[in-house]
Design a protein around this ligand. Sequence first.
Ligand code: ZN
Length: 579
Amino acid sequence: MRAVVYARVSTEHEAQINALENQLEWYKIEASRHSDWEITEVYVDQGITGTQAQKRPEFLRMMEDARKGKFDLIITREVSRFARNTVDALSYTRELKAMGVNVFFINDGINTATNDGELRLTIMSSMAQDESRKISERVKAGQKISREKHVLYGSGNILGYRRENGTYIPDPDQAETVRLIFQMYSDGEKGLTKIVNELYRLGRLDAGGHVSWDASKVSRVLHNATYKGCICYNKSHSDGYLTQKRVKNLDESSYVYVKGDFEPLVSEEMWDRCQQILLARSARVIDENGKKHKYMRNTPKSVWTAKLRCSCGAGFIQFKWRVNRDGAVVHGFQCYRRTRRPSISYLQEHGLDLGISCQIKAISEWKLDLMASKVFQNLTFDKGKTVKEVYRILNRCMAEEKTVRISRKAMLENSIAKQKERLDRYIDLCADGVITKQELMERRKGLDEQIAELQSQYESIEQEDERSGSIDMKLISQKLDEWQKAAKTDVSRELINSCVAQITPVSNEEFRWVLDFQLSEVKGINMTSCTMDGFMELARFVIPFEDAKAFKASRNQKIHRRDWTDLTVVVGIRSKIHP
Ligand SMILES: [Zn+2]
């Protein structure tokens, strides 16, 4: 029987190249045990793994030779080295069998000449495929690790280090801050807030060179394995085939830490101790099913948290202020910045800048309700006056917008003319033989594109011109009618949601209410492009104790004069959407 050998070695592994001779030797020995075999040819594919069957020139040559009837049997070591997957292994062996060629997989003990050959091959092949997948995953993981090893991520602004030549060099002053944070936390007595306070008191600088700290920043320092000299992998992974987004891996136990080649700032023991404390404290929140949660789950979002924005720039969070005797929960709203920074009393006590925190105090929900009702009453009290005022402001805004458009158009016209001049000059240069026709074409292409871009900008401004009609006083009036109908003592959340753009405490006694007339939808007024500072005052009024008392009374509640401070409410329109 004419037999051939098919062997495959992966040159990725040096040992295997050396093993090629051994392998061929092995086939010889194997063949000597079958006296009826006559080895006529040896096919060897090198440097390719089983999953790249299409790139196996020797395998293809062997198939070609089989078609020519050059041999009767292929001897190979195992299924996984013969084909890429089950489908391939079976289709090749079937094809060969049809040509009268059998395959003998020595290690697997499968010979397609036997009756159960194909069945066994199916089983073996599927196992090989599974194995191949596993190997591929393992190889990928290994490559990932070795590729990422000693490779540092990010922009490199990490507290405690300077980044030099692809590694971290400790920055003495910042490193001291890092050690201080770990020391303070590791004794288990100070929480994140106390550490924040302390950092402010000591005036420690952060990575950006500012005295700016909050609990999450300190927490990030404590979680960062860089400080024990490690690089952490597997913090995120690709979400797979479809979107290739990075997904944060929340299971910290599966993080892989690889020793980096830079100086640690804290000992591994201290780092580990801090992780234990972090873990013990973070698992405090336990839900009704007895499951531990790392973070407190958010209270349902209220319309107020959506609309409130502090004058310091931060948003507001809702909290449970107290529970009334009747069981009703009283909510309050507090500036987020204020909740994350040292308290005002701490700052005062240590003579620190009060601007570190925010001075806006928490506000109770009923005061917001009270203001809302007064805002809508005020606007609809003298409707004619309000309409005129809104009209005046919006017109001013539109005039401003128009001025901006005119000057932008002039600038664009100028740029277009300049580019056209340049093009003319190139044409002259080409005519004079200074540049070749080819060069002219190349330059012309770039200039044509630029001119087209400028022209399309110009056109879109012209379209804006067409869109911006005049403001219809009737529409403003209609809006006010709607509001008047909807507004009662208790203004509905829906009305606030649709008509109020933002509520900002300017101080603890003065609130700014920004209304949204939503006229942009109707008339194409581009509210966002007005260039004025953004807020235009429509009305201003004070809510005295009597009003507060009456409002409370409508809810069967009482309020003492000593608990009340008059509130000033400024109502206006905003011409710029707050970022
Ligand atoms: Zn604030």
